[in-house]
Write a protein that binds this ligand. Structure first.
Ligand code: GLY
Length: 429
């Protein structure tokens, strides 16, 4: 495989993919980075829309026509659906886990079972297959409780219920109304645990893991963690978020057991393994595992990397390919990301409004703009809102508070009708 003068294709359309496109483009190994479909923030000459075909065949055609050397897949859905297996069968290098390994995100039940086998602590849970059993568990357990659809529901399959009424409504929606179809036909009911949440990500080669810098994300819409869950309203990452020793301890107690458990059961994991953990009084609890880069964590983690991200991706492709790698080098600077979203997000975003940016170039007085799927160019080439999350503004500086100021100074210069963003991202507690 060609490893110099490479052509890379990033699959996806969110801010995460915009960051990956931006970071990969900087690699000395890379001559060109395309993005399919990309979004309004990535220059149109690099975006390729293959939606009109069956997506996989369309992508394969694109990869062959453009002579792409490496495919990097951002979102979970194609990974869970087997895009890596598909490209591997066609002898195309692809960064990400196989369909079997991606079950770690595609099935909550699979993840829970694996954790139990390998001794990773997760909140107590009960799996239910029908409404009657679900109600029984809810009444026996009491509140608060977390209701999770087993499969992928576009980020809308988790309800944190503080009241019995809300819990019963959630299982009714999933098991009776079937609002998420098959993905919600099995439900995992989990006890809610209290503590501080962190996002860990590691680049994995089936056996070895290299830890990326940890981050914190903000999932709720409103300040103070109020309002509904979203795809993420902000994040930050800094060198003092988790100490080096604790990060290594979390690697040994969470990441490696899962990685080795997957290898032992014949599904070696390649790509980014994401663990959402909570540090509680009873120890570290794994809340969720994802089979990809987190969003918006990527916006604050990747800009801090000093190690070439393409070297890491290439190392992860083959079993044991990272064994001789040094630990990932990270800038001591902090990064804070604030997400600008449309009015009505996440339920019903109101879109179609012109977007004014501080500058259409990416780097702007110490803050960088990454665009989400909710922005597009209209027929005149002007940026307009087209979905829920519109842009991620990332401030980078020597301290979290200085980075936070840069991010908020930047977001205040973005204008579109109905803009909403949280004002407490990375605010000191
Ligand atoms: N920020 C959580 C996720 O990417 O799923």
């Amino acid at each position: 495989m060609k490893t110099e003068g490479m052509k890379v294709l990033v699959v996806g359309s969110g801010a995460r993919e915009h960051v990956l496109w931006w970071a990969i483009k900087k690699s000395p190994r890379v001559a060109c980075v395309l993005c399919a479909p990309g979004n309004g923030g990535i220059p149109p000459e690099y975006c390729r829309n293959v939606r009109e075909n069956n997506n996989l065949l369309g992508l394969l055609h694109l990869v062959k026509e453009e002579k792409v050397d490496l495919v990097v897949v951002g979102p979970k859905a194609p990974l869970v659906d087997g895009i890596v297996d598909f490209f591997t069968e066609h002898n195309i290098a692809v960064f990400g886990p196989s369909e079997a390994a991606a079950r770690i995100e595609g099935s909550k039940m699979f993840c829970k079972d694996l954790c139990q086998k390998v001794g990773v602590l997760t909140p107590d849970c009960q799996v239910v297959y029908n409404y009657r059993d679900a109600v029984k568990v809810i009444k026996n357990w009491g509140m608060p409780i977390v209701i999770k659809a087993n499969g992928l529901c576009d980020g809308k399959g988790v309800t944190v219920a503080l009241t019995e009424e809300k819990a019963i409504q959630a299982v009714h929606d999933l098991l009776v109304k079937k609002i998420h179809g098959e993905a919600g036909s099995i439900v995992v009911i989990e006890r809610r645990v209290e503590g501080r949440e962190y996002s860990l990500m590691a680049i994995c080669d089936g056996d070895n893991a290299l830890m990326l810098p940890p981050a914190r994300d903000y999932k709720r819409l409103l300040d103070g963690d109020g309002g509904p869950n979203t795809g993420g309203m902000g994040a930050y990452s800094s060198q003092d978020l988790i100490s080096y020793d604790l990060l290594q301890c979390l690697k040994r107690s969470v990441i490696l057991p899962i990685l080795h458990g997957l290898a032992d059961e014949g599904s070696p994991y390649h790509g980014v393994l994401y663990a959402g953990i909570m540090l509680t009084r009873e120890g570290t609890q794994l809340l969720e595992c994802n089979c990809r880069f987190g969003d918006p964590e990527t916006q604050v983690v990747v800009p801090r990397l000093k190690t070439d991200i393409v070297d890491l991706m290439l190392g992860s492709l083959t079993r044991g390919g990272l064994v001789n790698f040094d630990e990932i080098k990270v800038s001591p600077r902090a990064a804070v990301c604030v997400v600008a979203a449309s009015e009505g997000y996440p339920e019903k975003p109101v879109t179609g409004f012109p977007v004014t940016l501080p500058s259409e170039t990416s780097d702007h007085r110490g803050c960088t703009l990454f665009f989400s799927a909710g922005i597009k160019r209209d027929e005149h080439g002007k940026l307009v809102t087209s979905g829920g999350r519109v842009a991620s503004v990332v401030g980078i500086s020597k301290s979290v508070q200085a980075a936070r100021k840069r991010a908020y100074d930047g977001i205040k210069e973005i204008e579109f009708k109905g803009i909403q963003f949280r004002s407490d991202i990375a605010r000191p507690i």
